[in-house]
Design a protein. Structure first.
Length: 231
């Protein structure tokens, strides 16, 4: 059975997300909206994924572990993985490559770690919104080395979309899937790619309604499909 999905949601660990984007709230809202699979992709960190994985299981949802990485070129890249452990390794790698600028919660927003009961575990002191000291190709290679699939985020939206930042889709990085914003014009031929339409939700109300579907039955099948494999 095809899966109704939203593969780009932010938790309260992303400073740009509402503080009520907690693991329990996200998963409960996704279930209420009729979704079967979600991906929570916080900026440069997988710190809330263990709690989200537990909450997703409680709600009968599939969780695709993910991060949203900002490369040196300031391209936003979704990194999808088959398990939380690989995503945590990616998050640790990203943290080492952040410029070391401290967050200003009063200006950027709090970056809150929570457990599966939504208890606050602490705040991330480093500002997660900063670009890594790693180029697009290096980040892509790291994602693949960990068994993940790199997917450029919202390629036709904002200054961090691939088409705005670079002006083209680089063939040498071998992308097999892209995320686009259906509300905006797309000045590129994406017929050769798997195309995702997700919410990039920063608040509970923006989590996608049921509608977009994946031709897979589980997380590993979805990861293979995003990687260009059939079946």
């Amino acid at each position: 059975m095809p899966l109704h999905y939203d593969l780009h949601i932010h938790s309260c660990l992303s400073p740009c997300a509402d503080e009520d984007m907690t693991p329990q709230n996200i998963c409960a809202m996704a279930r209420l909206k009729g979704l079967q699979m979600i991906a929570v992709a916080d900026h440069q960190s997988a710190g809330n994924l263990p709690a989200l994985d537990a909450c997703a299981r409680q709600e009968g949802l599939l969780l695709m572990p993910a991060l949203e990485v900002c490369t040196r070129e300031e391209v936003h890249l979704l990194a999808y993985f088959g398990d939380v452990e690989a995503a945590l390794v990616m998050g640790a790698w990203c943290r080492e490559l952040l410029p070391g600028i401290l967050n200003r919660p009063d200006f950027f927003g709090r970056q809150v770690y929570r457990d599966a009961e939504d208890n606050e575990l602490g705040e991330e002191p480093l500002l997660l919104l900063m670009a890594l000291d790693a180029g697009l190709t290096e980040v892509v290679r790291k994602v693949r080395a960990l068994g993940g699939v790199p997917v450029p985020a919202h390629i036709n939206r904002g200054s961090n979309g691939l088409l705005t930042a670079l002006g083209f889709i680089p063939e040498e990085d071998g992308f097999t899937a892209l995320e686009t914003d259906r509300r905006l014009p797309l000045m590129a031929d994406v017929s050769a790619y798997r195309v995702l339409h997700s919410s990039d939700a920063h608040n509970l109300g923006d989590i996608a309604e049921q509608g977009q579907v994946l031709p897979a039955e589980d997380v590993i099948g979805t990861l293979r499909w995003l990687g260009g494999q059939n079946g």
